[in-house]
Design a protein around this ligand. Structure first.
Ligand SMILES: C[S@@+](CC[C@H](N)C(=O)[O-])C[C@H]1O[C@@H](n2cnc3c(N)ncnc32)[C@H](O)[C@@H]1O
Length: 533
């Protein structure tokens, strides 16, 4: 049996060894091993301190604080943010302010998009700034966090430089942002996102960071098997990433658990939108149990989105390049064939903006697929998504699809007959059926492909121009009905060029407004002009 003093010395030596070993592992970036060794040190150290028979060295408290801080750093590197934050709080309970810990906590909070809390950490760290530390790093974090906090509050994103640079270089800074929105029961299906005030075209609705994304090349393989195989691998990797993100973070788990798994949507709880704000407090009863894997797969099936690039000009990637991801708040947006919003993806963020003016109380809707296609194609697409669309446009087009002329027009469309003749026939039929207002826009959007081919062809316009409505009239009705689109913008720009250069001030203003519907109000005039002209 060792004497208490002898035992104390042995314990102190053991702690010394563990601390030394853990620090070495941390310096060599061996995160998991260093976490384990710090845990051994922390447990021994705590027992030692709480033992009434020992006279712990006062320096031991400092070592314990540092061990928590270092374990937080290692856990941050393994993206175990929940546990890393707990370690930071333990360290700060022992010593506050503690520069190293505050820096680590700030970085974790920044990763979790909790900008104002992160900013607070960096500000306090700045007060406790030790002279031997590199001030540039802290200043860099302070500046970045201030900017993100402002963006998240204001939604004042500006992509001008990135656009003017031809989408080269770093992505623009993006922060999570939620506009004037709420979640409510939807007449379309289950829950939906609704505007809480009037929103004008181009305004940002939300910016949401993905829980996980997976990107890769999916070759349009000559053998179907190869393509399907690549798709399966991509989907599997994506699922693994989602599972990894949810197992480390209770908040992510909680948020995902709120999504529809495709069944009994009408009975689903309507969560408060504030629980999707990054700063939402953790303690409010986050999930304790893991989500069942079967449920998780259904959730991913119903809510995952294929990425859409900011602009076809931007992607610079060939058609083989695909990305899939899950964005929680954006998952509450229902589909409509006459959507009022558009989405783009930059890095891991989805950016949703109003593609036309939206009234207070109106539901925000996206086209889950290309809505510039005829009813038949859209029905196939919604079938793939697993639902029947009951939007106003589908209801109206279902009615006219019974008409004989409609059958002839559809047949002509599929066979690719003279586009001028088709447009003429459709316009004449709409006149006879007394189709008015938005409904005209619906049908024109359905057969947009032929309108497009007609309006961009000088030769065809010479032949058919007098017998079909003016391009401006068609464009206005289509945009009012289904929102802005790059292809519509293209027709307008081609028209302006035909009329001698880039058109007058009024035409340019109209094109810029259309541009805001297509790309959102995220750039200054010069950048928008470079995109549309
Ligand atoms: C991404 S979720 C949209 C939010 C969902 N309504 C909810 O309550 O969580 C996609 C699912 O919503 C439903 N949905 C979306 N748009 C729809 C539409 N136009 N018609 C019918 N169901 C729709 C379908 O069940 C679809 O699988």
């Amino acid at each position: 049996m060792k004497e208490p003093e002898q035992q104390q010395t042995t314990e102190e030596e053991k702690m010394q060894d563990l601390r030394f070993k853990a620090n070495g592992l941390l310096h060599r970036d061996e995160w998991e091993q260093s976490i384990q060794t710090y845990s051994q040190f922390i447990s021994l150290c705590q027992t030692h301190i709480s033992n009434p028979q020992t006279r712990p060295d006062p320096k031991l408290q400092k070592s314990l604080c540092l061990a928590f801080s270092n374990r937080a750093e290692a856990r941050y590197k393994t993206r175990d943010f929940d546990q890393a934050l707990k370690d930071c709080d333990e360290a700060l309970q022992i010593e506050n302010p503690h520069f190293k810990t505050l820096m680590c906590k700030g970085k974790i909070l920044l990763n979790l998009d909790r900008y104002s809390m992160a900013l607070n950490c960096f500000k306090v760290a700045n007060l406790d700034y030790p002279s031997n530390q590199d001030s540039e790093t802290l200043n860099g974090y302070l500046e970045k966090t201030k900017k993100l906090e402002f963006l998240s509050r204001s939604g004042a994103f500006d992509f001008s430089n990135w656009v003017l640079n031809g989408f080269k270089g770093n992505f623009p800074e993006l922060a999570e942002y939620i506009g004037a929105l709420e979640i409510k029961k939807s007449e379309i299906s289950g829950r939906g996102l609704f505007a809480t005030k009037n929103i004008d075209v181009g305004s940002l609705l939300l910016v949401n960071k993905a829980i996980a994304t997976e990107r890769g090349i999916l070759p349009e393989s000559k053998t179907q098997d190869l393509g399907e195989n690549a798709q399966m691998v991509m989907w599997k990797n994506f699922i693994d990433k989602v599972v990894a993100s949810t197992s480390n973070c209770k908040r992510t788990q909680y948020l995902i658990s709120k999504l529809s798994a495709g069944e009994n949507e009408e009975d689903l709880e309507v969560p408060d939108i504030s629980s999707f704000r990054p700063e939402y407090e953790q303690e409010c009863g986050f999930l304790d149990e893991k989500i069942d894997m079967g449920v998780m797969l259904s959730i991913l099936d119903v809510n995952s989105l294929v990425e859409e690039t900011f602009s076809s000009k931007f992607s610079g990637k060939n058609g083989d390049y695909h990305g899939v991801g899950i964005w929680v708040l954006a998952s509450f947006i229902n589909h409509s064939c006459n959507p009022n919003a558009k989405r783009f993806h930059i890095g891991d963020h989805v950016i949703v903006h109003a593609s036309r003016d939206i009234k207070e109380g109106e539901e925000i809707t996206l086209g889950y697929f290309d809505v510039f296609s005829p009813l038949k194609t859209r029905k196939e697409m919604t079938k793939n998504w697993g639902f029947d669309c009951h939007c106003k446009r589908c209801k109206f087009e279902n009615g006219v699809s019974e008409k004989q002329e409609m059958g002839e027009i559809e047949m002509g469309y599929e066979r690719g007959v003279d586009v001028g003749n088709m447009v003429y026939k459709l316009e004449e039929s709409m006149r006879r059926w007394m189709v008015r207002g938005r409904m005209k826009g619906y049908l024109r959007a359905s057969f947009w492909k032929v309108y497009y081919e007609l309006f961009v062809s000088e030769k065809l316009m010479v032949k058919w121009g007098r017998r079909v409505p003016a391009m401006e009239v068609v464009v206005e009705s289509v945009v009012e009905a289904v929102g802005g689109d790059e292809r519509v913008l293209r027709v307008v720009v081609e028209g302006m060029k035909r009329n001698g250069g880039s058109g007058g001030v009024v035409e340019m203003e109209k094109a810029m407004k259309l541009g805001r519907g297509v790309y959102g109000k995220v750039m200054k005039k010069q950048a928008m002009r470079s995109l549309i002209c």
